[in-house]
Design a protein around this ligand. Structure first.
Ligand code: C6P
Length: 409
């Protein structure tokens, strides 16, 4: 670990981490659902509402201009964070779900027809399945699914077989929320492009763990949520290549997204404004910028290295528990551990862990096709972040031994 990665200081930056839950030290392992927020993000929101609150893009007065400047500066920061060519390739939305629906509604509805095909993988979150199913139903298009291996790997050869001249969209996760599997986006995109398909990446679980360079990946769209990146809820990003965004029709109408409105015909603003109808979540955007600044200051390479070390420790520690079955053991994973323990129901495990102050998610993780593949109704999922520690993993292991005792194991 690099000397600059000061875990004690990092933990002090996140006030909730020193909370007691049920008289126990909080161990927060539900980062896949949402991450905790550092003080810089909390203060940025407070500062905006206390000192700078105004609507944007429509006021000549000082505060409005200041808020507009802050909002557009944040767009630039997100663009740099993703290595987009231009900040106008960054569209602010409510979150990953809205970003994916935007692409399905705007790009999908205007470009797809009967017998066209959309490829997703077995690993997808419902947000990267259902919008495409709705689009297929409307257009008479077909959804094709790339299978996974028993360890939870994306089967690239099977993907290659599914691609054809009918493939219009390939929509895949950067990393699986249920298993942690990292998908080979760069290779997926290169092959999709050979067939003339566009590539949509659900980056909800990629951005918090991995450096993301959209130019290097050469994806056409990349979606993520601020709240999984230590930022506020209710704000997210759709990155889209400029040429694609320019050619896409609006999907929501209202203020801010127009050039000229009349009853004889309305014209639309260029992207990104074309896709940001109405008053946006200004404070959220400012909070997202603060979150990105925080992550950059910690260092994205450092975060990835620290989390790889945590994951290796957690894999070994959990494997040593008799009766524990890790679900999803792909070679390349972000720090997500999904598991079953004996035949104890995951919700019972989650409840007992909660009594120990340990927050995990028990359920299908909005990835029911993954559960169907492994023939389990649910798993327990510990999803880690860079503020977690080996000691917390050891606390989880000790608590899982208690769970076994309660169930006579
Ligand atoms: N996964 C989890 O506990 P929203 O809700 O729009 O911010 O993100 C949706 C989403 C899309 N894709 C992936 C891969 C995700 O993990 C999520 C959110 C949470 O795993 C809540 S279900």
């Amino acid at each position: 670990m690099t000397a600059s990665f000061d875990i004690a200081k990092i933990r002090r930056d996140f006030p909730v981490l020193s909370e007691k839950i049920r008289s126990k030290d909080l161990v927060y392992f539900d980062n896949g659902a949402t991450t905790q927020k550092p003080l810089t993000v909390i203060y940025a929101l407070q500062h905006y509402y206390a000192r700078e609150n105004a609507n944007i893009h429509r006021g000549v007065h000082f505060l409005s201009q200041q808020a507009t400047f802050a909002y557009e500066r944040a767009r630039g920061r997100v663009g740099q964070f993703l290595n987009a060519r231009e900040s106008s390739e960054v569209v602010f939305v409510r979150g990953t779900t809205e970003a994916l629906n935007l692409v399905a509604h705007s790009y999908g509805r205007s470009q797809l027809g009967p017998d066209d095909e959309i490829i997703v993988s077995q690993l997808e979150h419902h947000s990267n399945i259902v919008p495409w199913q709705l689009l297929c139903a409307e257009k008479g298009a077909r959804l094709r699914v790339v299978p996974i291996s028993d360890t939870g790997e994306f089967l690239f050869d099977e993907y290659a077989k599914l691609l054809s001249e009918r493939t219009r969209i390939v929509a895949v996760a950067h990393a699986s929320n249920a298993l942690g599997t990292i998908l080979p986006i760069k290779e997926i995109a290169a092959l999709a492009h050979q067939h003339g398909a566009v590539v949509v990446v659900d980056g909800a679980q990629g951005v918090p763990h991995l450096p993301v360079d959209v130019q290097d990946l050469d994806c056409d769209f990349y979606a993520f949520s601020a709240h999984k990146l230590f930022g506020p809820t209710g704000i997210g990003v759709l990155y889209g290549k400029q040429a694609l965004l320019r050619a896409m029709p609006p999907w929501e109408g209202g203020g801010s997204m127009i050039e000229k409105v009349s009853f004889t015909g309305t014209t639309y603003a260029p992207p990104p404004m074309r896709f940001e109808a109405g008053t946006p979540h200004i404070a959220g955007v400012i909070g997202l910028e603060a979150a990105i600044d925080y992550v950059n200051a910690v260092g994205r390479e450092q975060i990835a290295a620290y989390e790889a070390d945590l994951l290796a420790h957690a894999d070994a520690a959990l494997a040593a528990i008799p009766g524990l079955r890790l679900i999803g053991t792909a070679r390349e994973r972000v720090a997500v551990l999904s598991f079953a323990l004996d035949d104890i129901h995951p919700h019972d495990i989650g409840t007992i862990l909660d009594a120990e102050g340990i927050a995990v998610r028990a359920g299908h993780h909005c990835a029911q096709p993954v559960m169907q593949f492994y023939q389990v109704p649910a798993t327990v999922r510990a999803s880690l972040a860079f503020y977690n520690t080996r000691a917390e993993i050891d606390a989880l292991v000790a608590a899982l031994h208690k769970v076994k005792k309660v169930f006579g194991g």
